[in-house]
Ligand binder design. Structure first.
Ligand SMILES: *[C@@H]1O[C@H](CO)[C@@H](O)[C@H](O)[C@H]1NC(C)=O
Ligand SMILES: *[C@@H]1O[C@H](CO)[C@@H](O)[C@H](O)[C@H]1NC(C)=O
Ligand SMILES: *[C@@H]1O[C@H](CO)[C@@H](O)[C@H](O)[C@H]1NC(C)=O
Ligand SMILES: *[C@@H]1O[C@H](CO)[C@@H](O)[C@H](O)[C@H]1NC(C)=O
Ligand SMILES: *[C@@H]1O[C@H](CO)[C@@H](O)[C@H](O)[C@H]1NC(C)=O
Ligand SMILES: *[C@@H]1O[C@H](CO)[C@@H](O)[C@H](O)[C@H]1NC(C)=O
Ligand SMILES: *[C@@H]1O[C@H](CO)[C@@H](O)[C@H](O)[C@H]1NC(C)=O
Ligand SMILES: *[C@@H]1O[C@H](CO)[C@@H](O)[C@H](O)[C@H]1NC(C)=O
Ligand SMILES: *[C@@H]1O[C@H](CO)[C@@H](O)[C@H](O)[C@H]1NC(C)=O
Ligand SMILES: *[C@@H]1O[C@H](CO)[C@@H](O)[C@H](O)[C@H]1NC(C)=O
Ligand SMILES: *[C@@H]1O[C@H](CO)[C@@H](O)[C@H](O)[C@H]1NC(C)=O
Ligand SMILES: *[C@@H]1O[C@H](CO)[C@@H](O)[C@H](O)[C@H]1NC(C)=O
Length: 581
């Protein structure tokens, strides 16, 4: 890779600036390592800045043939994409007859499968990633692994239960094969159940489980410690207090932060080569006490120098969130026709007339669940952990709220705008902490994809019977919880395209140094009965596959089918845009 003059100058300038003005802080030099390193809020590889656009393919290990992995990497690579996020865990409670599995967790013991349907699958992924020059971001466990055996009515007093129906249904009212859904690869709750524990958060706090999980990370991390194809170790997808196994009332963000610190330290002692990241959704907690110190102003002048046109980072406070929201709402309100601004008649929101917002209304809504710690995650505190190399966040408006809706905007424009705000906020956190922050998964369910959509915390496709794809209707962003299978869910393809390009642009211009779309689609895959790529298990209802080739799983976010080319070209444009900055 060529080191452009501007990049070289920027590097030089920030190295000089930071070493000259902040002598107390050790500044890692961006060396020519093939491993991904960081300096300030940027990634580096081979001595050059490495901002990236990526894609998710949790199912890579579930593909049946080596050639399928090669074909997938080949297509991803053709767009210029260099980072792929995938699962590096696959926990089972009994040895399955078909398909891939990595770890048996049963009755309080664990064992690893290093066979051809075990870790050798991951070996294959790493080997081909190396040959394609692709970096894989390897996730070590999952917050979500709903099971039919979870006791839905369990009601230990005060438990924060968060359980939906466990029935496993799809469009054809038949079971999805194991490993089809991202939440069907095992995870935290499998450890909890198999070690006879009761609450989800015991995964984070019980010393036995901590040791057992760190034992798993040891096996995986030491296996690939020397591979430059590993982008980083991601501790867990979407770690938080609650899951389908309920959390204890005492679970708070600090417990999750502490867990990240312990496991990150463990991995760093085994593997000095690779970065460690969190994998949380990036939820914040403005009011939480911190276990790790939070900078109150940008750590280094270089952060600003590199940021250039970006706004200077300010500490995130409740007051600031509400003030900035009020300012933004005032601006959008000013764009409404005069009659609506002044008449007090209100405006139309999702087909209902409501009064125009006042400052008081906006204040009274508080900061919202993405900022108030109610998810049990404080991603600023996690970013403060010395062993955490970069921050992570996700953006799934169909499943999470990132702030109250601006009453002057349509539902879709709110989805768009709150997404942009969320990304911008995370970019500011990167500047403040002087560490990179990356968007590790973003997606929006389209009306076409709605029948396949299964929320991450569930095994049910709530809109499976909703086959009305042609209905032209104001896009809905109602959360999946208020699912009503007779209503059209999801945005139009063109709204999805607008959102994806806007979010990518927002990330690139606000200093988010990596953006990974969720999720890739690959066709022409080898089928095998009772695996994630089973014959005739195409749930899209689109072009039917033959018995010998199949499509990668679709959980509602796959880019397969209508609009695939457009999403691919949006990603490709973003790749070109980050390569030229
Ligand atoms: C775990 O224990 C149960 C009940 O004793 C038994 O049925 C099951 O086979 C055991 N699982 C494994 C993998 O040993
Ligand atoms: C560590 O993992 C290995 C392989 O899965 C297993 O054989 C061993 O019992 C585990 N040790 C502990 C303490 O869990
Ligand atoms: C798998 O692990 C076992 C037990 O550690 C070891 O004896 C065997 O050589 C390993 N096989 C492969 C293919 O790595
Ligand atoms: C870094 O250099 C290695 C070895 O030359 C090469 O294989 C790899 O693709 C380079 N990575 C990037 C991102 O340029
Ligand atoms: C589920 O939990 C409830 C409340 O704790 C209990 O009464 C019930 O027996 C449990 N059901 C099963 C199947 O374990
Ligand atoms: C932690 O989990 C182990 C294994 O299930 C259990 O024996 C132990 O009692 C738990 N510790 C606490 C403090 O609950
Ligand atoms: C969870 O964190 C709180 C606050 O730091 C602490 O008091 C509590 O002991 C932690 N819980 C466990 C089980 O470690
Ligand atoms: C599952 O997610 C939906 C949003 O998609 C939310 O409304 C519901 O409360 C969640 N339930 C669980 C299991 O956390
Ligand atoms: C949504 O935003 C776009 C672009 O800013 C604007 O043209 C459009 O009128 C807005 N739509 C609604 C219904 O607010
Ligand atoms: C779903 O929508 C239908 C038709 O609008 C309505 O009759 C029904 O009550 C709704 N169900 C729920 C659970 O909201
Ligand atoms: C489909 O896959 C087969 C086997 O991997 C490969 O030979 C063939 O070129 C692929 N066809 C297309 C159109 O990608
Ligand atoms: C889909 O796969 C599952 C599990 O492999 C299988 O039981 C089911 O029959 C398949 N569905 C169809 C329509 O073939």
């Amino acid at each position: 890779m060529q080191l452009s003059l501007t990049k070289a100058l920027t590097l030089l300038v920030c190295t000089l600036l930071s070493s000259a003005t902040v002598p107390t802080k050790t500044v890692k030099r961006a060396d020519s390592s093939q491993f991904v390193t960081t300096q300030g809020s940027n990634f580096f590889v081979n001595g050059s800045q490495f901002p990236f656009i990526g894609t998710n393919a949790y199912w890579l290990q579930a593909l049946n043939e080596e050639q399928d992995i090669i074909n997938t990497f080949s297509n991803i690579s053709a767009l210029g994409i260099k980072v792929v996020r995938t699962w590096a865990f696959n926990d089972v409670t009994e040895i399955p007859e078909t398909g891939t599995w990595f770890q048996l967790i049963a009755n309080g013991t664990t064992s690893i499968n290093n066979g051809t349907n075990g870790l050798q699958k991951l070996d294959m992924i790493i080997k081909h990633a190396e040959s394609f020059g692709i970096y894989v971001l390897l996730t070590l466990t999952n917050n979500w692994s709903p099971s039919a055996t979870d006791n839905l009515t369990a009601s230990i007093d005060g438990l924060k239960s968060s359980v939906q129906s466990r029935a496993v249904v799809d469009t054809f009212n038949s079971s999805r094969p194991r490993n089809f859904l991202s939440n069907d690869y095992g995870g935290m709750d499998v450890y909890v159940r198999q070690f006879g524990l009761k609450t989800h958060d015991e995964f984070y706090t019980n010393q036995t489980l901590l040791n057992v999980f760190m034992n798993y990370t040891t096996q995986i991390v030491t296996r690939y410690v020397d591979s430059p194809a590993v982008f980083a170790w991601e501790l867990a997808n979407d770690a938080r207090c609650n899951s389908s196994v309920a959390a204890s009332p005492g679970c708070v963000a600090q417990n999750i932060t502490q867990w990240h610190s312990t496991v990150a330290q463990h991995i760093k002692t085994l593997d000095p080569n690779h970065l460690v990241s969190s994998g949380t959704q990036g939820f914040l907690c403005t009011g939480c006490q911190k276990l790790f110190p939070r900078p109150t102003s940008p750590a280094q002048p270089s952060a600003r120098a590199v940021a250039g046109r970006r706004s200077v980072a300010k500490p995130l406070t409740k007051e600031r969130i509400i003030r900035e929201r009020n300012e933004q709402w005032k601006k959008t309100r000013a764009l409404l026709p005069k009659s609506q601004q002044e008449s007090g008649e209100g405006i139309r929101v999702r087909g209902r007339w409501i009064s125009t917002p006042t400052k008081r209304q906006s204040d009274s809504q508080g900061v919202g669940s993405a900022f108030d710690g109610s998810q049990g995650v404080d991603s600023e505190d996690i970013l403060g952990i010395p062993e955490i190399g970069f921050g992570s966040f996700q953006l799934f408006p169909d499943q999470n709220s990132y702030g109250p809706d601006d009453p002057s905007l349509s539902a879709f424009n709110n989805t768009l705008q709150t997404g942009i705000n969320w990304i911008t906020t995370q970019g500011q956190i990167a500047q403040l902490f002087d560490k990179p922050v990356s968007l590790l998964g973003f997606g929006l369910v389209t009306q076409t994809n709605a029948p396949d959509f299964v929320p991450f915390n569930s095994t049910v496709a709530p809109f499976a019977s909703d086959t009305s794809t042609a209905v032209s209707k104001a896009s809905s962003t109602s959360s999946a919880s208020s699912a009503n299978s007779t209503q059209t869910f999801g945005v139009t393809d063109s709204e999805q395209d607008t959102a994806y390009s806007s979010w990518l642009n927002a990330g690139i211009s606000s200093g988010v140094s990596g953006l990974i779309q969720y999720q890739w689609s690959q066709g022409n895959l080898t089928t095998q009965p009772d695996t994630a790529i089973s014959p005739n298990n195409d749930t899209t209802g689109e072009s039917s596959n033959s018995d010998t080739t199949g499509e990668s799983p679709n959980d509602g976010y796959s880019i397969q089918g209508v609009g695939e080319d457009t999403v691919q070209s949006i990603l490709q444009n973003a790749v070109q845009s980050v390569s030229s900055t």
